[in-house]
Each structure stands twice: as structure tokens, then as C-alpha cells.
Design a protein around this ligand. Sequence first.
Ligand SMILES: Nc1ncnc2c1ncn2[C@@H]1O[C@H](COP(=O)(O)OP(=O)(O)OP(=O)(O)O)[C@@H](O)[C@H]1O
Length: 609
Amino acid sequence: MNEGESKNLKLRYALRRLISYASPYRIGFIVAVLLLSAKLVMDIGFAAIQQVFIDTINNANMDALTRITVICAIACVIIICCLMLQHYFRFVMQSRMAWDIRAKLFDKSHRIPFRYLQSMHSGDLTSRNTKDAGMAMGMINSIVYDLGYNLLLCFISFLYLAKMDVWIALLALGSGPLVFLSGRFFDRRLRKLSTQIYAKEAELRGILQETLQGMKVVRAFSLEETLLKKYALEREKLRRMQLRKSLLNGLLWQSSAFINNLVMVICAALIALSALSGGTSAGEVLAFIILMGRVQWPFVHMSQTWGGVQEALGAADRVFAILDAPDEGAAHPLPESSSSPLASVEVAALQIEDVHYSYSGKKDNEASLFTGLNIHIQHGETIAVVGPSGSGKTTLVRLCNGLYEPTAGSISVYGKSVHDQLEEARAMITYVPQTPYLFSGTIRDNIAFSSSTASEEDIREAARLAGAEEFITKMKGGYDTILGEHGSTLSGGQRQRIAIARAFLRDAPLLLLDEATSALDNESERMIQQSLDLLMKNRTTLVIAHRLSTIREASRIIVLDQGSIVEEGTHESLLEMNGLYSQLYNIQFKSSEAEDISEHELLQLHSHL
Ligand SMILES: Nc1ncnc2c1ncn2[C@@H]1O[C@H](COP(=O)(O)OP(=O)(O)OP(=O)(O)O)[C@@H](O)[C@H]1O
């Protein structure tokens, strides 16, 4: 297959795929197109009525003139009503189709592999979901209404014209394809440029989003100037691309208009010659010139619309790139019976078998972070994972969560494969991240979203267990308090307690916990530790440990280094080995032991007083 054929196939595929979004609304489209025929009556009728008017005036027939005027007025009212209805239908169809594709995109963005998502900027994803999806769906409207209508207008005007003079009608019609084809020279460039423009717009949106989100850092480091320069630089690149696009569009429109006007002049000269020889009335000449425009103009219009279609295809390419991305794992629906995930405790709680993982997706060992990782955790165990920065702790938790897919090997949670039974495996997991993510909304919603069936009592109980009840009830709005973006109106400790409340409510048997490293005051720290201890009770826990107390109480400690388990055992046995753990202990944890001891001594002192 040559390049041209493959491009045509791609174009046809993209068009067919986009039009498939219109098929559920075909009845609405048919009604809208029928209503649009009122415009056809108006466009053709305008030419015909001109002829009748002029010939009636020439014959000085007053009665006929009054009759025609009344008929025209009534027809105008009917046509205007039809067109208003048609606009309404057109809007409803377009907004429904845009909603359908946006819902698909929204759903898909929750299913595409996390690694793929990480490689994209959230601003880019937002742009694809909003602007690009809207552009792509707007194109269907253009095809159905503009192209469809113009073809019909051209056909009927041609028939009408041919009745007057078949040769001139054929000349007007014959020039149409030339007008249309002259515009096609720009298609490829226009589509490519449009894709680049949409990508650049998304990039700019990303910069703006990042600047606003990182406002605290921006101000603290006085980065306003630097970021403004970066923004202005990218904006300038966008401006140049837009300028090129507008030049291309100008060329496209003017080249078609030029050919169109040339043929118009030739046809007008021919019809004027015919009038001079006495074969045509003044009314007919006028109708002829108007109708000739009606035959030719649709081609100019179609050429321009087709240019718009190319732009919209650029947007559609970006939308399809997301929709066509593979799904993470092979999600299966939850079976009815799995409402109590704690049921099966005989199988290993977490089984990591010969797992290989590479961020590049390559299978060779050199590129891999994990090369044959094995971890088996029984129900009720608490496993602490420690290791230097970059050793793979976060990656391990994300693999267990199914956010990343191993390049080889398998992971199962209570017998459910994270690869093949992702939803079932996830139902067994509660994840408490280092930095909890809170959504805009009430405190109640933020706790409750981890369980769709939670009652008010369940929510309050979870908050109580997480040690969050006190600060929530002290707030003016209580559980109805609206949180700012990312919970910005709460303190770090309060955000963590809400995240722990979510975990209580979810009540899953495996807890994946990434302990917070950020320093909290002693009181908050102690309360959070108490809540976490309670949360870990009767659960299996895999914890990225940053606190000495967690490490000490763990059933086992796994020491990771560059993706490999280099040591494994209890706190005491590992200290005796005098290896990496012992070094980490001396650097990271000993100071917190000193704090623990001094707190302990302080308590003892208090009790003596
Ligand atoms: N999205 C990513 N793409 C490519 N490489 C990554 C990505 N995320 C992490 N890495 C690399 O994988 C390795 C392990 O990272 P990981 O975040 O798992 O380490 P960690 O032990 O959790 O570190 P820390 O304690 O600093 O959080 C690091 O070398 C890191 O650079």
C-alpha cells in the first residue's frame, strides 16, 4: 500500500469512527436535516422570487404583487421557526456527542496504565478531554450540516439552472470540483499544524496549571520572572504556529474563491450575451446569476469546511491516542460474593513471584529496577520496607497496587492476581499514601468516597478511629465543612487523619502504607501513630517505614537496595548483621530513637512528680 492510500484509509477510519458517535442520535440528525431543508427553500426560493417580483413589476400586476408579498411573509415566518428548531436540535446533538466522548475519555483516563499517565502532563490530558473532544465532535456537525446541506443546495440549484440553460449550468457545476480540489493541496499541512497547535496549547495550559499549583514555591523562590519568561517563550511559539495556520487558511479560502469568481465572470458574460440577443428576461438574468452562485458557492464553502475538518481531525487524533491506549491489567467485574474480602485468609496475603520491572518497558536486566523480586507475606504480618532513596520502595508499592504492571513475574493479593483480576485484587487493598490527596468537597465526602455503601455512623466511626473526630466536630461546619483544593484549609496532620479515616472505612485486609516523612508536632505524630497502630491491627501491612516504632514492631524488615532485597529479618537480627540496615539505622532512625527515649524519660519524670 502506498503512502497516499494509507493516508486515505486513515482519514476514512478517523471519519467513520467519529461519525459512529453520531449514530445513536441519527433520528435527531434526520429531524435536524429535514428542518434545515427550510433553509434550502429559502436559498432557492429567494432566486425564484426575485425573478417573479421583477417580471410582475414589469407587467404592473398589483394584485399578483400583493399576493406574492403575503405568501413570502408567511413563508418567512415558517422558515424562521424551522431554523430556530434546527439550531436547537443541532446544539442538543452536538452537546450529547461531546458528552459521550468526554465520558469515554474520563473513564479511559482511569483505566490506562499509570506509567503512561505519568508520562503525560495533566494539563495535556485536560485539554484533550475538553477542547479537543469538543472540536472533534463539532466536526461531525460540520460534515452533516455544512457539507450535506451544501451538496443538496448545489444539486437543486443546478437542476433549476439547467432548466434555463443546460450548458452554462454545466460550466458552473464543472468548475465546482476544481474549486474544491484546489483547497486539498493544503489539507495535510493544515492537519499537522493543527495537531501541533493543540499540543502547544496543552503545554501552555500545563505551565499555567503548574505555576498556580506551585504558587507557594513560586513566591518563596521569587520564580515569577523566570516562569513568565518561559510562558512568554512558549506563547510566542504558539503565536507563530497560529499565524502559519491563519496564512494557510487564507490561501485555502482565497484560492477557491479566485477560481469560483473567475468562472462566475465567464458565466455572467455568457448570460448577458444571451439577454442582449433577447432570449432572456431581466428577471431571468437576475435569477440566473443568483442560482449560479448557489451552484458554485457550495464548493467554495465545502472546501473551507473540509479545511476545518482537517483541523478537527488533528484534535481527533489526540483524543483517539488516549482512547486507543491499552487498559491497565485485564479488569474483570467483581463477583457478587466478594463483598467480604477478609474471607480467604489461608492463601498468602501478598505474593510477589519473580517480579521484573523496568520503567522503560524493556525486558533486559540492565534496564530493570527489579530482576526477580520475591516477597511472600502471610495474613496478619507487618512487613516494613526500608532502603536508601531510589532503592525501589515506592515502585514496589505501586506494583502491588496494580498501578504498574511487572515486565515479568506475578503479584497476587489474597489469591487474586493483580494482572488478571485487578478490581478484585484492589478490593483487598487499602492504600495510605505519604501525602494524602483530598478532593474539593466536604469532609464527609472525602472520608466516604472509599466506600460507596458507608452510612453516616460508619463515617463517624471511621473518623473517631482515625483520631479525626475531635478536630472535625470543632469546625463550624463539622462533617459538612467544605475543604479547599487538595484540602488546603487543613493542617498536614489533619489531612493525614482524614486519609486514615478513609482506610478504616474501606476495611480491606491488606494495608499498603507509605509513612509520612514530613515532620509533625509531637502531639499530632503520636495521635497519628496510635491511629495507624489501630488500623494495622488484624490487617496485613506492607509499610514503607520512616518511623523507628513501626520498624521495631514489624514482623519482618525487608531492606531494599537498587531494586534487590539485600537483607531481611527483625530489627535486632539486622542490627547484628552490621550491614546496610545498620547503616540506615544509624543515619535515619537513631535520632528518632533518641527522641523516643527522651519522651519516655519525660513521661517517667512526669509520673514521679
Ligand atoms: N516514573 C518514573 N520513570 C522512570 N524512572 C523512575 C520513575 N519513578 C521512579 N523512577 C526510578 O526508579 C528508581 C526507584 O524509585 P522509587 O521512587 O521506587 O524509589 P524509593 O525507594 O521510593 O525512593 P524514595 O525513598 O526517595 O522515595 C529510582 O532510580 C527512580 O529514579
